[in-house]
Design a protein around this ligand. Sequence first.
Ligand code: DQA
Length: 185
Amino acid sequence: MTTTVLVLNGPNLGRLGRREPQIYGTMTHADLRAHLVAAGEGLGLEVEVRQTDAEAEMIGWLHEAADNRIPVVINPAAWSHYSIAIADAVAQLEAPVIEVHLSNIARREEFRHHSVVSAYVTGTIIGLGFSGYDYALAHIAAMVDPDTEDPATRAQIRPGQVHSALGHFPQHPRGGVTISRTCRD
Ligand code: DQA
C-alpha cells in the first residue's frame, strides 16, 4: 500500500534557485518537487509537494493533513519564527510531521534561532540543504512501514532506506547548500 506524504513549503521557497543562492543553492522548487516525487517512489511513498506564500492556504493544507492523518514534511520558512497560527495547525497533526530547514538557522541571525513550530513536530532537520527533505521522507517511510510492528523500531531509520532516498545534493562543509547540479543529472 502506498502512503501519501505532503511536503509543504512556506513563503519565498517558490523562489529557490534565484533567492540568495549562496544560502539556499541554485536548484529551483520545481527541481525539488521532481526529486522528492522520485525519491518517494523509491520509498513506497506518494509525495505531493506544495508551496505557498499565503498563510491561510498553508493552514488549509495542514487541516487537510490533520483530517486525513497524512504524514507531513514542512518547511514553514519565515512563519517558523513567529506564526502561532501555523504552530497551532501543526499541533493538530496526528501522523508524523518533520520540520525541515534548508539552512542552519542556528548559525544565522538570532531571530531565526527559535521556531515556534518545533514544539509540535516529531523531529526537526536543519542545515542539510535539500537532503534534509530526503532524510525526512526516509524517516516517515520507516515510521509507517506496515512490516515493522514495533513502534520503537519503526522510529529508527534503517541505513538502507536513507541511502536509497538520498539524492544528488552535495552539501556545503559548513552546513550551507552547495548545489551545482540539478536533480535531472
Ligand atoms: C528557512 C529558514 C528561515 O529562517 C527563512 O525565513 C526561510 C527558509 C530555511 O529553509 O532555511 O525562508 O526555513
